[in-house]
Design a protein around this ligand. Sequence first.
Ligand code: NI
Ligand code: MN
Length: 225
Amino acid sequence: MKVTFYGHACFGIEVAGKHLLFDPFISPNELAANVKIEEIPADYILISHAHFDHVADVEAIAKRTEATLISNYEIITYFGKKGLKGHPMNHGGSWKFDFGTVQYVNAVHTSSFEDGSYGGNPGGFVVSAEEGSFYFSGDTALTYDMKLISEDYSLKFAILCMGDNFTMGVKDAIKAANFVACDQIIGMHFDTFGYIKIDHEAAVKQFGTAGKNLNLLEIGQAIEI
Ligand code: NI
Ligand code: MN
């Protein structure tokens, strides 16, 4: 699977020839000024929750690509009123798409739109395909619920938030990696704002000490996993 980092919590992941785009927040992100949103491919846009730093570019990208949105019922309904097509889910539920199966899993966070509209409850995603399974945590605290993921999936990699303040920090992200039983970790939700700046070298070292490989990608960087 090819994983491209577009900054903050936004990733493009190719699964079974389809382009999955997670939590697009690019045009307001000064650190992602070199990313051209008009060139980002998307067959599906997966949205973890309604906060601005996860949905800012949903409308622009979905209108251009005609991507199908995948999120909770409230977020799909909100964007449905703007004419975007979507697939509504809720916590614990799975659905088989043409690229693989998606389960919408628990996250401990909040989820309101910038205009105050209700964004349902926040979640994360486990994507399970022929090439392997991966977990995208969304914004979340560390939670014991993550252990359930390791009971049902053998993850190839996990994308975990770790900027602290608004989500779990590095120390808890290492625990999360243990809970989901995964050694290949990609970090997200760090450095974008002053509150979530992290020491990259120290974070990689802490994960290493725990026997885990932490990848903090450069914005625009793509890797094959
Ligand atoms: Ni958030
Ligand atoms: Mn966030």
